[in-house]
Design a binder for this molecule. Structure first.
Ligand SMILES: Nc1ncnc2c1ncn2[C@@H]1O[C@H](COP(=O)(O)OP(=O)(O)OP(=O)(O)O)[C@@H](O)[C@H]1O
Ligand SMILES: O=c1ccn([C@@H]2O[C@H](COP(=O)(O)O)[C@@H](O)[C@H]2O)c(=O)[nH]1
Length: 306
């Protein structure tokens, strides 16, 4: 269950309670987009109801001292949140990650000469996965769909993040970056060890914090392939896909939420990379092969044929 447990002018704190785990998520909403955070603080919660006063009253007016104490606690929790934000994403996965010490302190784990990453962005149902599959076939990319990695983590026996991921996916929200960045880092590192150097990172980054963390800690991207598609077309495609996909977010309720997150949270990421002249925009309201020809041109120009 996810519920707001308190808010003030610029901060909303939300408690996620699953059967085994509880998470506090602090999200700065000062700019209305929640660009900073959220941060996960594990194991810090209580389900206790307010204690009864004995006479049936459940609340009492806070005294001056109590208000002072609450103020001190609020400052303390902010400090804790900030220190969690600085935690290396890899530490959020249960199994220890092999992270090179040098990567932690000195910047990205890989250089763009070692590893080519293409971010593949676009609205839900724009056709990202369809085009990635064709590129894998022709150019030997490794296809890493952030959504697929999250769904696999959700299914993984013993995962602490299953319920949290489920909630975010169903609500069309962006799972806290620590989880997703760690999954991507793990997948890139494993494939790199096996000799792969070209990666399509599909459906990521969808939020500014993810873009910055990924490029700082893993590798700067080569370019961004952005699939531009009218919402009406995406809706038709998703509803059609929903008949057989088995995805619990391919329904009208979740789709509307995903569209909203895309416009409010993910489009600023496209604009951020556009300002760096890293975006190749492909209109995808056309047959698959027609879209693919434009994709091929972009990939061959930016990454090469092999
Ligand atoms: N150019 C196209 N013309 C018609 N249908 C398409 C086209 N591209 C993809 N589709 C279909 O639209 C649906 C969504 O495509 P796809 O799964 O590739 O989108 P996506 O962007 O990866 O979606 P999501 O972000 O939700 O995972 C699929 O059923 C796919 O077969
Ligand atoms: O970086 C990411 C990518 C995805 N999500 C969540 O997963 C669903 C489904 O993603 P698809 O790309 O459509 O498979 C998405 O709506 C998000 O809830 C995420 O949190 N972070």
């Amino acid at each position: 269950m996810l519920r707001a447990v308190g808010s003030n002018f610029n901060r909303v704190r939300t408690r996620f309670s699953g059967s085994n785990q509880r998470f506090w998520l602090s999200s700065c909403v000062a700019n209305g987009r929640g660009h900073i955070g959220p941060w996960i603080c594990r194991g810090y919660s209580s389900n206790a109801e307010p204690k009864s006063q004995g006479d049936g009253r459940k609340t009492a007016k806070p005294s001056g001292k109590l208000l002072l104490l609450l103020g001190a606690l609020a400052v303390g929790s902010t400090v804790v949140s900030l220190s969690y934000q600085k935690t290396d994403p890899a530490e959020f996965l249960e199994e220890p990650q092999e992270v090179e010490e040098s990567g932690k302190a000195q910047g990205p784990a890989f250089s763009p000469d070692q590893v080519s990453v293409v971010f593949v962005l676009g609205g839900p149902g724009a056709g990202k996965g369809t085009q990635c599959a064709k590129l894998v076939n022709d150019y030997h990319f490794v296809h890493l769909s952030a959504g697929d990695l999250l769904r696999a983590e959700r299914q993984r026996e013993g995962s602490k993040y299953g319920e949290l991921i489920s909630h975010y996916i169903k609500e069309g929200l962006i799972v806290p970056q620590e989880v997703t960045v760690a999954l991507l880092k793990q997948a890139i590192t494993e494939n790199f060890k096996k000799g792969s150097t070209k990666f399509l990172v599909d459906g990521f980054p969808r939020k500014m914090d993810q873009a910055i963390t990924f490029e700082q800690q893993i590798v700067p991207s080569k370019f961004v392939l952005f699939f531009d598609c009218p919402e009406k077309v995406m809706l038709e495609r998703l509803l059609e896909r929903g008949k057989t996909s088995g995805r619990d977010d391919d329904n009208i309720g979740s789709i509307k939420k995903r569209f909203r997150t895309f416009v409010e949270t993910s489009m600023p990421v496209v604009e951020y990379f556009d300002k760096q002249a890293k975006v190749v925009r492909v209109s995808c309201d056309h047959p698959v092969d027609e879209v693919y020809r434009k994709v091929q041109t972009a990939v061959e120009q930016k990454v090469g044929k092999n």
